[in-house]
Design a protein around this ligand. Structure first.
Ligand code: BGC
Length: 747
């Protein structure tokens, strides 16, 4: 079997060992074995038990002292972390330090765009920097483990956790996942500012039926291999220290008991030697699934499937000893789990240095880190419409109306999963625009609606009056952060409350209507798009979102974000994604609309192809899409060869020209399709991308190197390999890329 290393190598981290070793591997192994040999069964089981801290130190301290807890989650305070480490190190029999985990998902104090927004930057180096800063801030409080990145492929905007994902593409997810892992873990896990990463949720959780959180999934084996597993393998190859099992049952098997994937794939095939942790009570939830009759069976099934640490379920600490005595769980299974746990503790350098400096001054919100947060926000914003060059706005406007429930909503702007973020540190668009332009422009601010779900239209008249009096209206709408994230799925992804009405009213009176959507998912915004002269889409941007938006609006910077997910026109089109199969009856552009169908038309009159009669075929926007203030042209695609063998690298070149008036960055994308395969292959698959900066009028020859091994996939025989035959390659600015060439992979 060929190993997938390319995504890891993009970020200069090709080997597991080089990324994770703190000291010599054999030295760590010796220390692990020595310690293991001194442990009682109870102490071993204690290492496999993870408990959350909720201010309950008195309850937890004796447990830590007794060696019944190997890791804590949700301690985010240096003094408390040190106090617990002191008990573990100085008062427990063997002095084993604690792992301290926390959901540091898109920043700790300095909050960066939600992961979906970070994916929209198509800038893995920047994503890595964000994770580095998150690790720097979090580690200062004693956290040594984050439950991130989330690598669940998300093809469903109804699913609240799409916000935490990198979107629908396995390649983009893999690249961004590796970037985050490298950012969190740094060059060496033992650095004080490194924390262990935890790619999650293994695996398929994002395919929850109907986008309803925790729902069952039905992913067949080859799709699992070709779509859902690859980003995890990329992350493991990059040295991710831990992995979290998922809540979902796939084809009837809860993931936390899926031995085939947890042990055979993760351990045996991928040689993963880190920790597998369950999700929060995903072990004991197997009783509700109807997969285990009681906690004892839960412990047996989870540990035998390969889960090393149980997060919060308590079934391990209560039943593992008994299960060992009954012979239902082997002592080797326990020893292997504890080896993995101790190995990470050694790699993190916790035995040498379990404590952190309690003086937290100057660690958070450092100037240079806020700059990165600003950059990440700026690069993640996507321009979806810009009629008649409405944007950028002139800095010489006499007056400006700023309207909407999201214009000054510091908490909402931060997004989901921000346990430690502070809204008081957030710069909103209103603040940022006022700061810069209050002296030169008359700025009218009216909310119109108090919050995104507000249905009270009584203040509309104020907003209308403001818009009427201004040279331009900027309307900030979207969704509050609480409408996204875990357990926050929606069946309807239209704008909530009376926001649609507000758009309609403002459209009537605004000289120019600029809409900025701030959301945690793709929303269905066809009407708003039509009403707007220009529309910017931002996934919740974090601390520096306001300044980033202001800079884009007034042309200090130029948009370069691209969509990491397909935007549906209507919720009923979901699942809709760019890397779909072609079907036997693909629709073309001649698709008929429901109102065009004559009365009593013949059954065959509609072309008999695959599309919705009401929504058509196309999405609102394809994956990879995003406009700029300038325009780019793609010409002269050339391949170095038209016949390649499967161990060669195809060189694809083309010319990119900035044909507009602004210096700007374009995300150039390379897609391939295998025209005939042993199983049906997607119509397009992203295989590479680059951010290219060009001055207005400038042209550049761009080169992509595509190792043919990147075309390997799991085919009908269940083996991963490159299949010989005809392929097509395209380059372009989105997944509708048209400039292409064919080539053959030959023996
Ligand atoms: C989530 C995980 C998270 C864990 C710990 C669970 O509910 O599914 O993603 O890491 O809680 O907070």
């Amino acid at each position: 079997m060929k190993k997938r290393v390319s995504v890891a190598s993009i970020l200069g981290c090709t080997l597991l060992l080089s990324c994770t070793q703190t000291t010599d591997k054999s030295d760590i192994d010796l220390r692990v074995e020595k310690l293991l040999s001194q442990m009682t069964l109870e102490e071993k089981i204690g290492q496999m038990n993870q408990i959350s801290f909720w201010g309950n130190s008195e309850e937890l301290a004796p447990q830590v002292k007794a060696g019944n807890i190997g890791s804590l989650l949700n301690v985010a305070d240096a003094t408390i972390a040190n106090a617990f480490q002191k008990i573990a190190v100085e008062e427990s029999r063997l002095g084993i330090p604690l792992l301290i985990g926390r959901d540091v998902i898109h920043g700790f104090k300095t909050i960066f765009p939600i992961p979906l927004g970070q994916a929209a930057t198509f800038n893995p180096e920047l994503v890595k920097e964000c994770a580095q800063i998150a690790a720097l801030e979090a580690s200062a409080t004693g956290i040594n483990w984050t439950f991130a990145p989330m690598l669940d492929i998300s093809r469903d905007a109804r699913w609240g956790r799409i916000a935490e994902s990198f979107g629908e593409c396995p390649y983009l997810t893999g690249v961004m996942g590796v970037a985050m892992v490298n950012g969190f873990q740094g060059d060496n896990l033992s650095n004080k500012t490194s924390i262990a990463a935890c790619p999650k949720h293994f695996v398929g959780y994002g395919a929850a039926e109907a986008g309803k959180d925790y729902n069952s999934t039905n992913i067949p084996p080859l799709l699992m291999r070709n779509l859902y597993l690859p980003p995890f393998e990329d992350a493991i190859n990059a040295g991710a220290a831990t992995i979290m099992s998922a809540f979902n049952d796939n084809d009837g098997i809860p993931m936390t008991a899926n031995k085939e994937l947890l042990t055979n794939v993760l351990r045996k095939e991928w040689k993963f030697d880190g920790i597998i942790v369950s999700d929060w009570t995903s072990t004991t939830e197997m009783i509700m699934h109807g997969f285990a009759k009681d906690d004892k069976e839960v412990a047996e099934k989870s540990v035998n499937a390969g889960v090393n640490i149980e997060m919060m379920g308590m079934s391990y600490i209560t039943h593992l000893k008994e299960l060992i005595n009954e012979g239902k769980v082997k002592i080797n299974t326990i020893d292997d789990a504890v080896r993995n746990i101790l190995r990470l503790k050694f790699r993190l350098g916790l035995f040498e240095n379990p404590y952190v400096d309690e003086d937290q001054q100057n660690v958070f919100y450092k100037e240079e880190n806020l700059k990165i947060a600003h950059k990440a926000a700026e690069e993640s914003i996507i321009l979806l419409k810009n009629n008649n060059n409405t944007l950028p706005l002139s800095k010489n406007l006499n007056s400006l109306a700023i309207i909407g429930p999201m214009a000054d909503a510091p908490h909402e702007q931060l997004g989901t999963w921000i346990f430690d973020g502070e809204k008081s540190k957030t710069i909103t668009p209103l603040n940022a625009i006022k700061n810069k332009y209050d002296e030169t422009m008359q700025i009218f601010y009216e909310k119109g609606l108090e919050f995104s779900r507000d249905r009270d239209k009584s203040q509309f008249w104020r907003a209308v009056q403001a818009a009427q009096s201004a040279d331009a209206t900027i309307l900030f709408i979207g969704e509050e952060s609480i409408l996204t994230g875990e357990a926050h799925s929606l069946a309807d992804i239209n704008l909530k409350g009376a926001q649609k009405d507000l758009v309609r009213e403002l459209k009537k009176v605004s000289k120019k209507l600029i809409i900025v959507v701030m959301a945690g998912r793709p929303l269905t915004i066809s009407d708003e798009l039509e009403a707007a002269d220009a529309l910017l889409y931002s996934f919740h941007l974090g601390t520096m979102g306001g300044t980033a938006i202001a800079d884009l609006l007034f042309g200090e910077t130029v948009p370069s974000g691209k969509l990491p997910v397909t935007f549906p026109k209507e919720v009923g089109q979901i699942p809709i994604y760019y890397n779909h199969n072609n079907t036997g009856r693909p629709a073309d552009n001649t698709e008929t609309h429901i109102y065009d169908i004559p009365l009593e038309a013949e059954q065959t009159s509609l072309g008999m192809t695959s599309f919705h009669l009401d929504a058509g075929l196309k999405p609102l926007f394809p994956f990879g899409f995003g406009l700029s203030y300038t325009t780019f042209e793609y010409d002269f695609i050339k391949l170095n060869k038209h016949e390649v063998t499967d161990n060669e690298t195809l060189i694809v070149t083309f010319t990119l020209t900035n044909t507009g008036d602004f210096d700007a960055t374009e995300v150039v994308q390379l897609y391939t399709r295998q025209l005939v395969g042993s199983i049906v292959r997607p119509v397009k698959e992203l295989k590479a991308f680059q951010r290219i900066f060009l001055k207005s009028g400038e042209s550049q020859k761009v080169t992509f190197s595509l190792p043919i091994q990147e075309l390997a996939f799991f085919g009908i025989d269940g083996q991963r390999k490159v299949e010989h035959g005809s392929f097509k390659v395209w380059v372009g600015g989105d997944s509708n890329a048209k400039l292409g060439e064919e080539f053959m992979v030959v023996r």
